[in-house]
Design a protein around this ligand. Structure first.
Ligand SMILES: Cc1cc2nc3c(=O)[nH]c(=O)nc-3n(C[C@H](O)[C@H](O)[C@H](O)COP(=O)(O)OP(=O)(O)OC[C@H]3O[C@@H](n4cnc5c(N)ncnc54)[C@H](O)[C@@H]3O)c2cc1C
Length: 391
């Protein structure tokens, strides 16, 4: 056990102020925020770090700001790909949205990003320790029979054991987003055979608009993937997309990496219970990914900061306080409304027509859906800064 956040699991367990299950962006951010306030935090993760995470690794400027990321420090020894524009449209008909001088976003590798944030959090960490049992004993949580604390944070992603503890009756087979990707390191020959520029990634909507594919080049690494609402029969869509990319010369034809996938909930999907006395969920565990873009890192970080704010008050009314904060930040949960009044076929037809427009792709798809430039950045609806600035 160490304060660096990169220790292996230890046999003895012990007491803490807060136990955090999961060391991804949500878990490390809640830990970072609470350690700044002087709390003793232990993060438990089933994986030794650095660990890989299936993710395109696109972070928006809001994430950099919320985390007070020092990009120079971060990029000194890690992949940090500035993104200055996009090519967006229906598959095969993507159009450039223009290249800006200032970066619009960044590409990171999750194995590096998550390890950096966890180490920086200053929390104690028990890595390589899977959470198998959660018990409530009076006012205390007992995890794996050996860790005790008055507060528990569930940040273990979509299948978080704390989320399951809070939602024991959740139906299997519910609507989720399914996504698959690869992120191989390219050889010199493969780099030369890749048209996609690191500064201008490719975003390609499925013809039925139920999802989109992407190509992000980050230094030598090429991330190619596709996500769709409804995880079934995802693979044929992935294969078709990758085949068309290779045929068009966007990516090398000889990528051999194995696609890996993962499912998660959008904010517009039916909600989970996200808190109870002495326990809160953050990030994918709470089902917060953006309904249009699928962006999950920013909501993971924001909810983690809100969760950290909620901890410390009265444990009993935490559910209403935390739920109110989530609604103040992310709005009421409902399906995306745009064109909702149209029948699905007409909606897809109109959507395809709009996606042929450079103006629509720039102002609506990139600025509003993906970068959320109209979302008030780091402020909750009551005008209060999120988070309280860490020192
Ligand atoms: C293919 C794909 C591409 C994506 N691309 C992007 C993107 O480009 N940008 C973006 O913003 N979002 C993207 N997302 C979504 C994003 O990856 C997630 O929303 C984000 O990782 C959520 O962070 P988190 O901390 O909540 O969970 P996670 O990052 O999943 O972290 C959860 C942690 O909990 C640990 N854990 C799980 N179960 C247990 C257990 N029982 N005991 C102990 N530890 C446990 C795991 O090992 C893991 O380290 C993508 C998702 C997918 C599937």
């Amino acid at each position: 056990m160490s304060r660096s956040g990169v220790s292996a699991g230890t046999p003895e367990g012990g007491r803490a102020d807060v136990l955090v299950v999961g060391g991804g962006p949500a878990g490390s951010t809640v830990a970072w925020s609470l350690v700044q306030r002087g709390l003793d935090v232990v993060v438990l993760d089933r994986c030794p770090f650095p660990r890989d995470k299936v993710c395109a690794g696109w972070i928006t400027p809001a994430v950099v700001e919320l985390l007070h990321l020092d990009l120079e420090d971060y990029g000194a020894e890690r992949v940090l790909q500035p993104i200055h524009g996009f090519r967006v449209g229906v598959m095969g008909r993507e159009v450039a949205t223009g290249v800006e001088e200032r970066p619009l976003s960044y590409g990171i590798r999750r194995c590096e990003f998550d390890a950096y944030l966890l180490a920086r959090s200053g929390a104690r960490a028990s890595l390589g320790e899977e959470v198998r049992t959660i018990e409530r004993r009076g006012e205390t949580w007992l995890v794996n029979g050996r860790w005790r604390a008055p507060w528990l944070v569930g940040a273990g992603g979509h299948a978080c054991p704390v989320a399951r503890w809070l939602n024991p009756d959740e139906a299997r087979g519910r609507l989720v987003v399914g996504a698959q990707e690869i992120e191989p390191a390219l050889s010199d020959e493969q780099l030369a055979a890749t048209r996609v520029d690191g500064r201008v990634p490719l975003l390609s909507f499925c013809p039925d608009l139920a999802g989109y594919g992407w190509v992000f080049r980050k230094g030598r690494y090429l991330n190619v993937g596709l996500g769709r609402e409804g995880a079934r029969a995802l693979r044929p869509h992935v294969d078709r997309y990758v085949g068309s990319l290779a045929a068009r010369g966007e990516i090398p034809p000889d990528l051999t990496a194995r696609f890996r996938g993962h499912a998660y909930l959008l904010y517009s999907h039916p909600p989970r219970r996200v808190a109870a006395s002495g326990v809160v969920l953050a990030g994918d565990a709470a089902g917060l990914a953006h309904p249009r873009s699928g962006e999950g890192i920013r909501p993971a970080v924001e909810s983690a900061l809100l969760a950290a704010d909620t901890i410390g008050g009265r444990a009993a009314d935490v559910e209403s306080r935390y739920a109110a904060r989530l609604v103040a930040r992310f709005g009421p949960r409902r399906p995306p409304a745009a064109l909702g009044w149209l029948p699905p076929a007409a909606r897809a037809g109109l959507g395809r027509a709009l996606l042929a427009s450079g103006w629509f792709n720039r102002r609506v798809v990139v600025d509003r859906w993906f970068l959320q430039r109209d979302a008030g950045a780091t402020r909750g609806s009551r005008g209060r800064a999120v988070p309280p600035s860490p020192r």
